[in-house]
Each structure stands twice: as structure tokens, then as C-alpha cells.
Ligand binder design. Structure first.
Ligand code: ADP
Ligand code: NI
Length: 217
């Protein structure tokens, strides 16, 4: 194993430990899928492979939703871990920059130039939010919050603010309109756009069938 491979192995071990009690939609298996998707997208995008892999692996180790809204815990834990590895300072900063800026909630807040590595990991994370996996994760999260599956009286809130979004006590079906169906047009890379198109169609079919079954004739 070369040094990069050894660092990846240690990172996987660390992330698995961090996520052992995680909600099932944000657990090690989510991270593993994002890591694999990121590697797949990176095959087509000239980029720093180690930065992509480390950011994908560390991006969800302490989601603020599950840590009393603490928005810097993931960054702090990642920094502490990365600084113990023998990595260039610059590489550590690149990874932390991605973790900080990847979130859907924070879209639009970034002003400096976007590194391609952020585009890749963000696309990978967004792909895992849509399609069949997206449906499964979203209902799991809604169940975790004891939100309603659907309520015809509560319309989706498309202009939802970051603060409202974080409270996340709307219905799970509304989350499709507030986030999931918007993601295909937010993909950064061509590879992700192509994968997203198929996953998007699947979600539309799912919703069509859902309403058909809801509205018993
Ligand atoms: P990000 O980490 O990109 O900011 P979120 O953490 O808000 O995105 O969402 C990650 C996933 O968690 C979503 O794709 C969805 O599956 C689930 N999720 C988040 N908020 C809700 C919600 N209000 N209702 C149902 N699922 C949600
Ligand atoms: Ni994620």
C-alpha cells in the first residue's frame, strides 16, 4: 500500500467509528456510496484524487441535524483527525473547505472560486439524495423525526429559509418539492447530470403512483 492508500484505510476506520450510532440515512453506508460515486465522477474530471476521497469520506461525520445544530463539529473533528496524519497543510485545508461548503442548506453562500473537488463530492452527495435511495433515505429521516408522510393540507414551501429548512417538521412528501426534485438541475458535472436524469424520472414515477394510491377512487 502506498501512503495515500494507507491514509484512506485509516480514514475509513475513523469514519466508521464516528458513524456507528448514526441515523440510517446518514450512516457509514451513505458515506460509502458517496465515496464510490465521487471516485466514479472523478474518473472524468481532472482533480486531486486524495482530496476527493478524503472529503467524501469525512463529509458527514457529524451532521448538525444530529448534534444539537452544532455546525462546526464535523469540521473540528475532521481537522483534528487530518492533522494527525502526515499530510501537507494545503491538502488538509482543501479537504476542510469542501466539508464546509458541500451542504444543500449552504448553497449560494460560497463566494470564492469553486474547486473541482468540491463540485465532485457535492454531486456525489446529491446523487445519493435522489432516486430509489433518495426515497428510502427521505422516508427514514421523516420517520426518525416522526413527520407525516403526506398531508394534502400542507403545501410545499419552495422559498423555505435555511432556518425553516433545518426545523424540518413539514411532511416527507413535501421534502421532494423543497429539495429532491431540484437537485438534478444543480449538478456540477456532466457525469452526475446523466446519472441524476434517470434517478429523477424514478422519483417522478414514485410520486405519480403515490398520489394514485392516496386518492382512492
Ligand atoms: P445537506 O446535508 O446536503 O444539507 P440535508 O442534510 O438537509 O442535506 O439532507 C440530507 C438528506 O436527509 C436528504 O436528502 C433527505 O433524504 C434527508 N432529509 C433532510 N431533511 C429532510 C426532511 N425535512 N424530510 C425528510 N428527509 C429529509
Ligand atoms: Ni451526505
Amino acid at each position: 500500500m502506498n501512503i495515500s492508500e494507507q491514509i484512506i484505510v485509516r480514514t475509513i476506520e475513523f469514519v466508521k467509528k464516528q458513524l456507528h450510532n448514526a441515523e440510517a440515512g446518514h450512516d457509514w453506508f451513505h458515506t460509502e456510496r458517496v465515496w464510490k460515486l465521487a471516485r466514479k465522477i472523478a474518473e472524468k474530471e481532472p482533480s486531486d484524487g486524495l482530496v476527493v476521497e478524503l472529503a467524501a469520506l469525512l463529509h458527514d461525520i457529524a451532521d448538525p441535524k444530529f448534534h444539537e445544530g452544532n455546525e462546526t463539529l464535523a469540521l473540528d473533528l475532521s481537522r483534528e483527525f487530518l492533522e494527525k496524519q502526515k499530510l501537507e497543510n494545503n491538502l488538509v485545508e482543501q479537504v476542510l473547505f469542501i466539508i464546509k461548503n458541500i451542504s444543500f442548506k449552504n448553497k449560494g453562500e460560497l463566494t470564492t472560486v469553486r474547486p473541482i473537488e468540491l463540485d465532485i463530492v457535492q454531486d456525489a452527495d446529491r446523487l445519493d439524495a435522489i432516486g430509489a435511495i433518495g426515497v428510502a433515505r427521505t422516508f427514514n429521516f421523516g420517520g426518525f423525526k416522526n413527520n407525516r408522510i403526506y398531508d394534502p393540507e400542507i403545501p410545499p414551501d419552495l422559498m423555505i429559509s435555511k432556518e425553516e429548512y433545518k426545523k424540518s417538521n413539514g411532511t416527507t412528501i413535501n421534502h421532494f418539492y423543497e429539495k429532491l426534485l431540484l437537485l438534478k438541475d444543480l449538478m456540477n458535472t456532466e457525469t452526475a447530470r446523466t446519472i441524476a436524469a434517470g434517478r429523477h424520472l424514478f422519483m417522478e414515477d414514485f410520486l405519480t403512483q403515490f398520489y394514485r394510491e392516496w386518492n382512492v377512487e
